[in-house]
Design a protein around this ligand. Structure first.
Ligand code: ADP
Length: 286
């Protein structure tokens, strides 16, 4: 049966006749492709083939059938956005901590291997019935160079999960852009709603300012060098109401972690590995 629709084709649920196991078949549409096999699909396949981690969706094999090419992925019953939209379902504090830990473990693995996901959002975070969380959809992912940061497009990541430096035109970036998205998703796990819901780039920044306050050059020295800074500069200085508005959802150690993931200055933002070593995971119950 068809379970989803991606950018380059439908996704089906299927069962392997030999093992009896369920898989997801991601069909790569070739019709209307003037330039042959789609480059985004090729990129996703090449990346996924080299990855093996409990928190990254596994590409089991490739399959060619009746002229179509399919990615055979381990089958995942749910995605995070779908689950969070169910009014009847509430995650316990322990559930949330486990999901956060799994998401950050998947990201830490990717970043260790020099891979940026670049499209972190609820619908790309899959869960199975065992409560395992896996990062999926590597269509926008790419390898980055640890020392020499290359010039990339800044039109990545769904608006609501896009970091302020990307919104201000940065094209030289690294894993920090995924960490901002992870911070947004962490908060969404607690509140069940995306935290920064802008309608366009300018409004997205406004929405971020309205919660985190406006960024200060003293906290973010490279701010004034961002390509679009003069264009999108905040009109008035505002202070943060992050702790006041989220304090009723998050414990003190969770607030610290979320704040660290949402640091304006990408240099100061927590890494995935760093996030896994914070009090929220190591000291605070549950
Ligand atoms: P795209 O790269 O075009 O966004 P996705 O990889 O996100 O496509 O897949 C589209 C949809 O197919 C997802 O939103 C999800 O509903 C479903 N899907 C993708 N991978 C799996 C999987 N491994 N198991 C179950 N469903 C999946």
């Amino acid at each position: 049966s068809c379970v989803g629709e991606g950018t380059y084709g439908k996704v089906y649920k299927a069962r392997n006749n030999e093992s009896g196991k369920f898989v997801a078949l991601k069909r790569i549409r070739m019709e209307g492709e003037k330039d042959g096999f789609p480059v985004t699909a090729m990129r996703e396949i090449k990346l996924l083939q080299g990855l093996k981690h409990v928190n990254v969706v596994r590409l089991v094999e490739m399959m060619v059938s009746k002229g179509s090419v399919y990615m055979v992925l381990e089958y995942m019953q749910h995605d995070l956005t779908g689950l969070l939209s169910l009014p009847s379902l509430t995650f316990s504090q322990a559930n949330i901590k486990s999901l956060n830990h799994q998401m950050l473990s998947g990201l830490a693995y990717l970043h260790r291997r020099g891979i940026l996901h670049r499209d972190m959002k609820g619908s790309n975070i899959l869960l199975n019935s065992k409560g395992e969380l896996k990062l999926a959809d590597f269509g926008l992912a790419r390898v980055y160079h640890k020392r020499r940061k290359a010039d990339y497009t800044n039109r990545v990541i769904t608006l609501w999960y896009r970091s302020p430096e990307l919104l201000m035109g940065e094209t030289v970036y690294g894993p920090e852009v995924d960490m901002w998205s992870a911070g947004c998703i962490m908060l969404e796990l607690f509140t069940t709603k995306p935290i920064f819901q802008g309608n366009d780039e300018i409004h997205q920044l406004e929405t971020i300012y309205s919660i985190l306050g406006t960024p200060r050059e003293s906290d973010w020295p490279s701010l004034k060098d961002l390509p679009w800074y003069e264009l999108v500069k905040p009109q008035e200085i505002r202070s943060s109401r992050f702790r006041d508005s989220l304090g009723r959802w998050l414990s003190p150690a969770a607030l610290d972690l979320a704040e660290g993931l949402l640091f304006y200055d990408p240099v100061k933002r927590l890494s995935a590995q760093g996030a896994l070593g914070t009090k929220y995971f190591l000291e605070e119950e549950p």
